[in-house]
Design a protein around this ligand. Structure first.
Ligand code: F6R
Ligand code: MG
Ligand code: MG
Length: 386
């Protein structure tokens, strides 16, 4: 029998400002899901990372089930009522479009879900990131499912040796493509290196996978896809579900992909690049420059619709080195202040409040005479050649 894992997350108010969640609000969300989800869900788990509350649900209603989505939406609404009452910062911000936080992104919950054929033992990890964007998953997901230096199982395990299929979304054009690794590895990298545009949405096994043919084995929130009135809508801080073991990356191979604190976008005001720091849940508080961006991993097993776990996967001194490196990178980058490449490139600032600030200079730019003249000359001489 199939099972569906649905993970939905939202920022519905933070303390003191985009730093962390407020315990009683998390409890209000938990209470709602427990009471109203009784007949819909076989199990669920509530967690949080930074300012985002995360609902992991198990059921048998398939993906895109309106009742399941509505349950999460209403749970967030019920948490929002309390968040408003105590005056949390940005209360209900991901549910309403009237609460702006310096970036047009971040206007609704993020959703990652997959319908699976559960194995005898079905282990999986839910990764949750704060202060970054869906493209932040490109690097570790590629490493887990396509890089033999990260995942020796791709070399050693006959069940993994044929590789995996990557479903990549172009979130600017709202299009998708399915590419196989290792055959199209360089093309995949050519795309997903541009993490603001091409994002890995899912990973699938190939039809000849001995243990799990044609199965969805990883899914990431990519809710930037939606466009409203020609603008991005956000839900940026992403989460992903990765199935592990037995013909899939081992737990440690999935975790190893985060041992290097690679650079991601979306830090402070959604406008800065910084290292992704792997942390335990207790350390998922965004205090330094609203960050640095962090990832938490919770490990579960699923059996007959019930979850065992979670294990707080980065709560391990073996990741201390990655954390130290991340802090060193933070110290280094912060000295650059508002300069690129610490600040994201000009084109990404289009979705922030900066254009509004610079609006007043729009009509004041004047042509630089010599350069304009040269431009004309170059155009003319090109025509001559034609
Ligand atoms: C929000 C975030 C924060 C805010 C910043 C300014 O997830 O990343 O860095 O952008 O704290 O917030 P406002 O504009 O609401 O004061
Ligand atoms: Mg926030
Ligand atoms: Mg957040």
């Amino acid at each position: 029998m199939k099972a569906t894992i649905t993970h939905i997350k939202a920022d519905i108010g933070s303390l003191p400002g985009h730093t962390t969640v407020y315990g009683p609000v998390v409890e209000a969300v938990r209470k709602y899901v427990k009471e109203k989800g009784e007949s819909l869900l076989s199990d669920f788990h509530i967690s949080y990372v930074g300012d985002d509350i995360q609902i992991t649900m198990v059921h048998n209603k398939g993906v895109d089930c309106p009742e399941i989505h509505e349950l999460a939406w209403n749970a967030f609404k019920s948490g929002t009522d309390l968040a408003r009452k105590v005056g949390l910062y940005g209360a209900g911000q991901d549910l309403l479009k009237d609460s702006f936080s310096g970036n047009i992104k971040g206007m609704g919950p993020g959703i990652a879900e997959m319908e699976i054929t559960p194995r005898k033992s079905e282990p999986f990890i839910v990764y949750m990131m704060d202060k970054t964007e869906p493209g932040a998953f490109n690097y570790p997901i590629f490493k887990m499912f396509a890089d033999p230096y990260n995942t020796p199982g791709l070399v050693i395990d006959s069940n993994m040796h044929d590789g995996f299929i990557f479903e990549i979304w172009d979130i600017v054009e709202a299009k998708r493509i399915f590419l196989s690794a290792p055959e199209h590895m360089y093309d995949i990298l050519g795309m997903i290196g541009s993490k603001g545009r091409y994002v890995i949405k899912r990973v699938h096994t190939k039809p000849n996978h001995e243990k799990l043919p044609d199965e969805n084995v990883a899914v990431i929130t990519t809710d930037k896809l939606s466009f409203i009135a020609g603008e991005y809508v956000g839900k940026d801080d992403p989460a992903g579900i990765v199935r592990i073991q037995s013909g899939l990356p081992a737990s440690g191979e999935a975790m190893e992909a985060f041992s290097h604190p690679y650079l991601v976008s979306g830090w402070m005001r959604g406008s800065f690049n910084g290292p992704l720091m792997p942390v335990a849940m207790k350390d998922a508080k965004m205090t330094r420059f609203d960050g640095p961006p962090r990832v938490v991993g919770l490990g579960f097993v699923l059996k007959d619709g019930k979850l065992a776990g979670p294990v707080d996967m980065f709560d391990d001194p073996a990741f201390d080195g990655a954390r130290r490196t991340a802090v060193k990178v933070v110290d280094y980058l912060r000295r650059m202040g508002p300069f690129e490449p610490h600040r994201v490139p000009e084109e990404d600032m289009e979705y922030t409040t900066l254009p509004r600030v610079l609006e007043k200079y729009k009509g004041q730019f004047e042509a630089v005479p010599d350069i304009q003249k040269k431009k004309k000359e170059v155009k003319l001489s090109t025509k001559d050649v034609d």
